[in-house]
Write a protein that binds this ligand. Structure first.
Ligand SMILES: Nc1ncnc2c1ncn2[C@@H]1O[C@H](COP(=O)(O)OP(=O)(O)OP(=O)(O)O)[C@@H](O)[C@H]1O
Ligand SMILES: [Mg+2]
Length: 249
């Protein structure tokens, strides 16, 4: 079983859009997949039309995998289940800081799901926190969407520094460009600079597209309602490039 995260401490960069579309393509290619929506905003749960069962279950989340299994919901797609977010997830950080072995707890619990799933995808909230650190420990690969602008470059530098300072393996970090606008010189320049500074950037990138924005309206992955559009092809390319990266880690 592999665990991957869609993570950035920057908000609104395309983490959820990526998690949803990649989960869809993984499942479609026959991989038993579980998407865990770790963000109290619940956007990926919304896209997959699933809701959490309990009123609040924050403590039990980190207790045992059996509690997690209780929360699994089937999606409308074969091979794809979802653990929806709950507003109580906003307390994860304070909760984690009170627990022992806080960095490894999530990793251990997710391991318990390995009989059921071959791939776990974590859709993460835009923070750098105790929860993020459990995600860094639990994930084999961390996919980081980066909008090619100056501030995003700075944020990605900060993430790399954080990994250095806290002894996380930077090999886990795999960035890719998101919401790319081909007509903007700044985007071209930033992409060139960042690709030369960070060799791990993926070739595939996601263009800025109304077809991705429309996920909110259709509440479905892009393939369902915009099959032949460039944004959908971009997610296919992204997924294809991810497969060997996920396998080797
Ligand atoms: N490639 C894209 N082109 C155009 N709009 C996009 C694209 N990707 C995402 N969006 C839109 O941008 C907004 C933010 O996207 P998304 O929710 O995927 O980002 P996020 O990083 O998960 O945000 P948050 O940090 O709030 O969790 C959404 O309204 C989404 O529809
Ligand atoms: Mg999100």
């Amino acid at each position: 079983m592999k665990v991957i995260a869609c993570y950035s401490m920057k908000g609104g960069v395309g983490k959820t859009a990526t998690a949803v579309n990649i989960a869809y393509w993984a499942a479609k290619s026959g991989i038993k997949t579980l998407l865990i929506d770790l963000d109290a905003q619940g956007a990926s749960s919304f896209y997959f039309r699933v809701k959490a069962k309990n009123k609040s279950w924050d403590k039990r989340f980190f207790d045992a995998y059996k509690h997690l299994l209780d929360q699994v919901r089937a999606s409308d797609y074969e091979n794809l289940d979802v653990i929806p977010a709950h507003l109580s997830f906003r307390n994860f950080d304070t909760l984690l800081s009170t627990l022992s072995k806080r960095k490894t707890r999530l990793k251990k619990i997710l391991r318990g799901l390995s009989n059921e799933y071959k791939l776990i995808i974590l859709d993460c909230p835009p923070t750098i926190s105790a929860l993020s650190e459990s995600v860094f420990t639990a994930s084999n690969t961390i996919f980081v969407p980066v909008i090619p602008t100056t501030l995003s470059e700075r944020t990605y530098d900060q993430l790399n520094n954080f990994f250095d300072q806290h002894d996380y393996s930077k090999k886990k970090l795999v960035p890719f460009f998101s919401m790319v606008q081909g007509q903007k010189n700044l985007h071209h320049r930033t992409m060139d600079t960042m690709r030369s500074r960070y060799k791990s950037f993926m070739k595939a990138f996601i263009p800025f597209s109304i077809d991705v924005e429309n996920m909110g309206e259709y509440r479905a992955p892009v393939d369902v309602y915009a099959r032949s559009r460039p944004a959908n092809r971009a997610y296919v390319d992204l997924w294809k490039e991810m497969v060997p990266l996920i396998r080797k880690r």
